[in-house]
Design a protein around this ligand. Structure first.
Ligand SMILES: CC(=O)SCCNC(=O)CCNC(=O)[C@H](O)C(C)(C)COP(=O)(O)OP(=O)(O)OC[C@H]1O[C@@H](n2cnc3c(N)ncnc32)[C@H](O)[C@@H]1OP(=O)(O)O
Ligand SMILES: CC(C)C(=O)C(=O)O
Length: 505
């Protein structure tokens, strides 16, 4: 079994994502987390590109241990000098030099012949070899290059001292079978190939970066270049988490080993998302919010009975606490029952059947059903409660220079009581405090309060949710009204009424 080396380029190619700039301290924090995950190589930047990037590479090189640190350079002496200056104090520094090899790049961009490119590449590797033996050479746009020239180029740079030859699919043009064959052919056509490691660097323009990288690994590549969350130039790079988890999960298929700590993935992904501002789509493989969530009843039933029916990975292996069963329109009885068991609610068969119907009705109406929604629905059914207090009238005065003042009139068992309180941190707080005064229950701790718009437009229904702790137990209330102050007051009274039913038993 050969070991696959994970070369992470989040801090170099990842930072080439449009709109992303990482300050040196952010790069250091990400590099530390990458080292914690035990990636083999961190490409920390392209030092000639700016003083800030030079600083960042230096900071990473001098402060992160247990991992190789690489710096990128064009085939120019000034680039190589600058890259070495930045990376030289790393525990194991690597110089990564590159030049394009495809006809398109040679003709239009570099305006060089193949012979001139070969000469520049060899000269650059020989120059880098003055500093270190740890040299990686990349043939940019390799997948659109002529294979014989590519093999000749690789052979020449290996002779000049390159220890890793990298075969990038720079513009994400290759498809898996083709890219796998390219690696095989390069191996066959490059006489000195045994003296170097073969690396691949795939872009995701056709959504094939991971598939192409895996095809390359199956055909002899042993280093794969990746970025966290797949960020990078244009559509990005092969995603680190997807490559690592594919190799980890499919050990039955691949004859390859990895040495990374997969439990650091979730943390790393969050750190990169927050530092770069590139948030993740919910269905992103491995690290998206839905990657370990199940909503369909048949799937939830399967997962409750045996997790592996619908999960090929355990959420814990990437550092999450657990998977999620999301209750919604597509959920079934087993998932709802599981939720009730978790919260220790016992319902007989008839009550459960009616609760399930009410839950489905709510799910049809509401896009997002929260835990609080279900508990409120359940409370409604469980507490066939007597409404000790009912709202008769409410008025709230508030404004920029006014202290919020609420006047509340309640009906208590046929009798009208009224009070006004001029206090509170805002109009809703003033309402709640006035109700406390009227009911005489003042040891109420508001645990959560939220307002959702149930419908759209100026006449939207507002749904208020209240969870309040009274005498050590939590009671919930909810109410939908066009007036959100009224909805809030009714929801708050509902929680109090439930408490009164409970304590009178
Ligand atoms: C596939 C990749 O991801 S490669 C990495 C790409 N990353 C980046 O470009 C990010 C950092 N880049 C930068 O900050 C700037 O482009 C710099 C500092 C590197 C260079 O800036 P400038 O000197 O102003 O040049 P500019 O970027 O406009 O053009 C690139 C020049 O490098 C040349 N060049 C490109 N690749 C190479 C190479 N591998 N080796 C030698 N020269 C190269 C181009 O032909 C062009 O040369 P010319 O000025 O003689 O026409
Ligand atoms: C510098 C090389 C490896 C690169 O980023 C690419 O070809 O995409």
């Amino acid at each position: 079994m050969s070991e696959v080396k994970i070369f992470d380029t989040t801090l170099r190619d990842g930072e080439q994502s449009p709109g992303v700039t990482l300050i040196p301290e952010e790069k250091l924090a990400i590099a530390r987390q990458l080292a914690k995950m035990k990636v083999n190589v961190i490409e920390a930047g392209f030092p000639i590109s700016s003083p800030g990037d030079f600083e960042a590479v230096k900071l990473v090189a001098e402060n992160v241990s247990g991992v190789e640190v690489a710096a990128l350079a064009r085939c120019r002496k000034a680039d190589i000098d600058r890259a070495w200056e930045a990376v030289k104090n790393a525990e194991n520094p690597r110089l990564h030099v590159f030049i394009a090899s495809s006809p398109i790049h040679l003709k239009y961009k570099l305006k060089l012949t193949q012979a001139e490119v070969l000469e520049k590449a060899v000269a650059a590797v020989e120059y880098a070899a003055k500093y270190t033996e740890n040299i990686e050479f990349s043939a940019e746009d390799a997948s659109r290059s002529e294979i014989d020239f590519l093999a000749e180029l690789f052979n020449a740079v290996i002779a000049a001292g390159a220890k890793v030859i990298n075969i990038p699919d720079t513009v994400g043009y290759a498809v898996p079978g083709e890219f796998g064959s390219l690696i095989k052919e390069i191996k066959a056509k490059t006489p000195l190939i045994e003296q170097a490691e073969i690396s691949v660097h795939c872009h995701n323009d056709l959504g094939l970066a991971v598939a192409n990288s895996l095809a390359a690994l199956e055909n002899g590549a042993t280093q794969v270049e990746v970025s966290v969350n797949g960020i990078g130039e244009r559509a990005g790079n092969a995603a680190l988490e997807e490559i690592v988890m594919a190799l980890y999960t499919r050990q039955d298929y691949y004859d390859l080993t990895i040495t990374q700590d997969t439990t650091q993935i979730a943390r790393l992904s969050k750190l990169v998302a927050s530092s770069t501002g590139i948030s993740l789509q919910a269905n992103k493989a491995i690290v998206g919010a839905n990657a370990f969530a199940h909503e369909a009843g048949i799937h939830q039933d399967g997962v409750i009975k045996e997790r592996t029916t619908y999960e090929i990975m355990d959420a814990k292996t990437i550092g999450l606490d657990h998977n999620k069963l999301v209750l919604g329109k597509h959920s079934g009885r087993h998932a709802l029952k599981d939720f009730l068991d978790k919260y220790d609610y016992q319902l007989d068969e008839a009550s459960f059947a009616s609760f399930f119907s009410r839950f489905k009705e709510l799910a049809d109406k509401k896009k997002n059903i929260s835990q609080a929604d279900i508990i409120a629905l359940l409370d409604d059914q469980l507490y066939e409660y007597q409404k000790t207090y009912e709202l008769e009238y409410i008025s709230v005065l508030t404004g920029k220079i006014l202290l919020p003042t609420a006047t509340v009139r309640l009906k208590k068992e046929g009798e009208i009581i009224q009070s006004a309180a001029c206090n509170g941190d805002g109009p809703i707080d003033a309402i709640f405090q006035t109700i406390n005064e009227l009911t005489g229950i003042d040891e109420i701790k508001l645990i959560s309060y939220k307002i959702d718009a149930v419908t759209e437009g100026r006449d939207a229904l507002g749904e208020a949710y209240v969870a309040a702790e009274i005498a050590g137990k939590v009671y919930t209330g909810h109410s939908s009204q066009t007036d959100i102050t009224e909805a809030s007051a009714v929801a708050y009274l509902e929680a109090i009424n439930k408490y009164l039913v409970y304590t009178s038993k």
